[in-house]
Design a protein around this ligand. Structure first.
Ligand code: SF4
Length: 337
């Protein structure tokens, strides 16, 4: 992979829990716990995992909606903070949320909603309005029909198109799509996914695509990052990872994917129970309380990300670390990332 456009290193966000009469700290939710990954220019990185795994917190950290406790984010080689301002980051990395209605001001027309940001950024009013109308057309909404409408006069799919146009008004390099199509009907979802693919090709965009829908992630992504309890369990090229997931959690997630093929119907739940509490996550490998392959070593040491044979494929599991002490540990020589 060439020099990454986005480089995240050791990113951590813990939320303190307060309670009791004097609002004393009663614990810490370890929402994102030292994650490291890169995104190349022009690629789509999918992020998957059960709810509470930290994927949405990661998205919010990337656009500085919340401030990390530690770790670094580099955009185009420049570190946010020392080399690049948060203001510049927010211009270059835009986000589209799941709730298309809550994302829009109910008192602004679609033209105003899109032109507002550029005008605040110093663009002349007439130019911002022209840009808004151009972007409406680009996302498939005829400006002569939609520019003057309010959010309640649009369908969910149309509103999400406006939210995409609003994100594009800043000419971003990266768009973070956090469950952006999850609330849409399947037919509308397909149209918006195709629109996103067209815009990416047309404008040379880079996407971070967060979804609980593994089929949609496969369709959209070049690489996939699987998260579990605030950490990266596995990251790799989409087809290699879907064909041969290396981490037992990824294997369970993919086995739980709905299949249209009656011969591939799952008879047992591949992943039992809910994820453990992120306030007090399990020691060692956090998946050991649910893993069918767990061994003594798994509760003792954090395996860390390990480089798999395929380029760009890493997994955090003792089985893949030679000499880890796991009964099934591979004898393959390799390196820890
Ligand atoms: Fe399972 Fe152990 Fe691998 Fe964790 S390190 S995924 S518990 S085998």
């Amino acid at each position: 992979m060439s020099a990454p456009l986005l480089s995240v290193s050791g990113l951590t966000k813990h939320f303190p829990l307060k309670g009791g009469l004097f609002g004393r700290s009663t614990g810490t939710v370890r929402a994102v716990d030292g994650i490291t990954f890169d995104v190349a220019e022009g690629e789509t990185l999918g992020i998957v995992g059960e709810s509470g795994c930290g994927k949405s917190t990661t998205a919010r950290l990337l656009v500085d909606l919340i401030t990390p406790d530690s770790g670094s984010i580099r955009l185009g080689g420049k570190e946010i903070g020392p080399d690049l301002s948060v203001r510049d980051l927010r211009r270059q990395v835009q986000m589209v949320f799941q709730d298309s209605y809550a994302s829009l001001n109910p008192r602004l027309t679609m033209e105003d909603a899109i032109s507002f940001g550029p005008m605040v950024g110093g663009m002349a009013g007439n130019k911002a309005v022209a840009l808004a109308r151009d972007l409406l057309a680009r996302v498939g909404l005829d400006p002569s029909r939609f520019a003057g409408r309010y959010p309640h006069e649009l369908s969910g799919g149309q509103r999400q198109r406006v939210n995409i146009a609003r994100a594009l008004a800043f000419s971003p390099k990266i768009v973070v799509l956090d469950e952006a199509v999850s609330a849409l009907d399947k037919s509308v979802e397909a149209q918006v996914l195709n629109l996103l693919a067209d815009l990416k090709a047309e404008l040379g965009l880079t996407y971070i695509f967060i979804s609980h829908d593994l089929n949609v992630v496969r369709y959209m992504s070049d690489r996939v990052m699987v998260m579990y309890l605030g950490q990266v369990a596995e990251i790799g090229p989409v087809e290699a990872l879907y064909a041969a997931p290396a981490h037992p959690y990824s294997q369970a997630l993919l086995a739980a994917m709905p299949s249209m093929d009656p011969d591939r119907r799952t008879m047992e739940a591949p992943l039992a129970g809910d994820p453990p509490n992120p306030i007090n996550p399990p020691s060692g490998c956090r998946f050991h309380t649910r893993c069918r392959l767990a061994d003594t070593v798994c509760s003792k040491g954090d395996p860390g990300l390990y480089v798999m044979p395929e380029a760009g494929h890493l997994a955090a599991c003792h089985i893949h670390v030679p000499g880890s002490g796991h009964r099934d540990a591979t004898s393959r020589a390799g390196v820890t990332a």
